[in-house]
Design a protein around this ligand. Structure first.
Ligand code: SAH
Length: 196
């Protein structure tokens, strides 16, 4: 199969915002992802009270699951609508504040303090702003990143990881000539070269 067919494809931030406005969010899983349940032990590795990062989080219900287990969840999402829907669909009160380091960005935090969602581009984040994480749930994130931005994305993710952090990555496998993406096809060989 020819991965090159998706190499130059770009989905702009405006297009993502439009998907949310149109309710064109087939990627959202109301019931959460079965693979997180299956591999939860790998993510937690016997640890409690972790800081867990959700890149390109949408309104993933798994953020609520992990927060309810006592972990602290940080997500980043370009769509403010998605972030607000997350809190309202779980009846979670929240407050919102600007992020001094990133112009135009806002941080939405549950009143209980254990879920913080940054509304900005992931490429605006750095460990000096969000700290480092013990775990990452990457579903619909690396595969949603434009192929030309993968290297930048992976380097950023590595910079946000604590020494012993675990990273669960969900990818999809299909013939990239038959579907233009997202989700994009990221072959295993590329994951190895991105993350080592
Ligand atoms: N991980 C979520 C959402 C997957 S869809 C889930 O499992 O349901 C990808 C999401 O990334 C969309 O909600 C889109 O709005 C968001 N997004 C796209 N580009 C982004 C960027 N550069 N920074 C932050 N969020 C982005």
């Amino acid at each position: 199969s020819d991965v090159g067919s998706q190499k130059d494809r770009v989905v702009t931030e405006e297009e993502w915002l439009e998907k949310w406005e149109m309710g064109n969010i087939g990627f959202h899983k109301e019931e959460g992802h079965p693979l997180l349940q299956k591999y939860l032990d790998v993510l937690l590795n016997g640890r409690s009270g972790l800081r867990i990062f959700f890149p390109l989080c949408g309104k993933a219900v798994e953020m609520k699951w992990l927060a309810d287990m006592g972990h602290s969840v940080v997500g980043v999402e370009i769509s403010e609508q998605a972030v607000k829907e997350f809190f309202s669909e779980h009846s979670l009160p929240y407050c919102e504040e600007p992020v001094p380091e990133i112009s135009g960005a806002k941080m939405f935090q549950s009143t209980s303090g254990n879920i913080s969602l940054y509304c900005c581009s992931i490429y605006d984040l750095s460990s000096s702003i969000v700290g480092k994480f013990d775990g990452v749930w990457d579903r619909g994130a690396l595969v949603a990143v434009n192929p030309c931005d993968r290297q930048r994305y992976a380097s950023l993710m590595i910079s946000l990881m604590e020494k012993n952090s675990s990273y669960l990555l969900v990818t999809v496998s299909y013939d990239p000539n038959k579907h233009k993406g997202p989700p994009f096809y990221v072959p295993e060989s590329e994951i190895k070269s991105l993350f080592g």
